[in-house]
Design a protein around this ligand. Structure first.
Ligand SMILES: [Zn+2]
Length: 315
């Protein structure tokens, strides 16, 4: 806008009615959120874009569309923007993404998100899982020094699915039989003393399954601390790494530097946080594990909306 037009616009502001001022303020607020969202998306994508279609770095700017810079690839001649190929591509209502990122950072329930954002619960649900697609895949690939590991069990839940094969339980209730039976999903919880955390959903709680999950993340010089379960000991032995077992059942909790208090505290925080969802469908369990890893990483203040949005597009 030319300066002359701008001056005229500002001079005309006192003529606005109260209602018109409110309308103007809302429109300016929306523009500000829109540009902030675009800025976060483009900053997260980085200064040197790569073509998501062929991975070429020979790209040039090619105008803009939907408030995002568009690029053209010289290799494959296709166009793209910072969202192409990410879980958020083609997701609507971008003006509400920052508010949704804030809600994820606060760990709000679906009901609360739908109410705060003024969207349907089905939309809030779809957005949650699109936003968590990248964080659920992001976890420590390697643990260093002293690593603590434990198995944790989550009740199998078919929440949201029709046609149960077993007798229905109360929401988030208890298994009908056995603490570690088929009604529970075993999850390996591993954390080193620097806070690097990995959670792996296991096929079974047998040593071979634990070993397959642990082996890629433990360098040979790691010391593995566990609560002394036979399966953990057997997995550590098969991997040939030093294993320090703490016999928690005999009330021994710490032996010098050897303990599992970090991983146990983490699991306790995770379980407390998960209670608000009143049971999590097993097929989404990895999303929730990834969500909590993200929250825990930014604790105690929690992640800023810009950080959540950046993680959601996998940058
Ligand atoms: Zn290309």
């Amino acid at each position: 806008m030319k300066q002359q037009q701008m001056t005229r616009l500002v001079k005309s502001l006192p003529k606005l009615t109260h209602h018109q001022r409110q309308q103007l303020a809302a429109a300016l607020g929306l523009l500000s959120v829109r540009s902030q969202t675009s800025e976060v998306i483009e900053t997260s994508a980085g200064a040197h874009p790569t073509c998501p279609h062929c991975n070429s770095t020979a790209v040039v700017k090619n105008g803009s569309a939907n408030a995002l810079q568009r690029f053209k690839c010289r290799q494959c001649a296709r166009t793209f923007n910072a969202l192409t190929g990410t879980p958020l591509a083609r997701l609507h209502l971008r003006d509400k993404w920052m508010a949704h990122a804030a809600a994820l950072g606060e760990g709000l329930s679906l009901n609360q998100v739908a109410r705060c954002l003024g969207v349907a619960q089905s939309t809030a649900f779809r957005w949650r899982h699109r936003f968590l697609a990248c964080p659920k895949a992001a976890q420590a690939r390697q643990l260093c020094g002293i690593a603590e590991a434990d198995e944790s069990y989550f009740l199998v839940s078919c929440k949201g699915q029709r046609g149960l094969l077993r007798k229905a339980r109360r929401r988030g209730g208890r298994a009908l039989a056995g603490c570690k039976g088929s009604e529970y999903t075993p999850v390996l919880m591993a954390r080193d003393r620097a806070g690097a955390t990995a959670n792996v959903i296991l096929d079974s709680n047998k040593a071979a399954s634990i070993q397959a999950a642990l082996a890629p993340m433990l360098p040979p010089d790691t010391v593995l601390c566990t609560d002394g379960s036979v399966t953990m000991a057997s997995a550590a032995h098969a991997m040939g790494i030093e294993h320090q077992a703490i016999n928690v059942s005999r009330a021994i909790r710490v032996r010098g530097p050897w303990h599992v208090q970090n991983v146990n505290a983490y699991v306790s925080r995770l379980r407390t946080w998960m209670r608000r969802f009143k049971g999590v469908a097993t097929k989404y369990l990895d999303s929730y594990l990834g969500w909590f890893r993200m929250l825990d990483r930014f604790a105690p203040a929690g992640p800023q909306p810009a950080a959540v949005l950046g993680l959601a597009i996998g940058k």
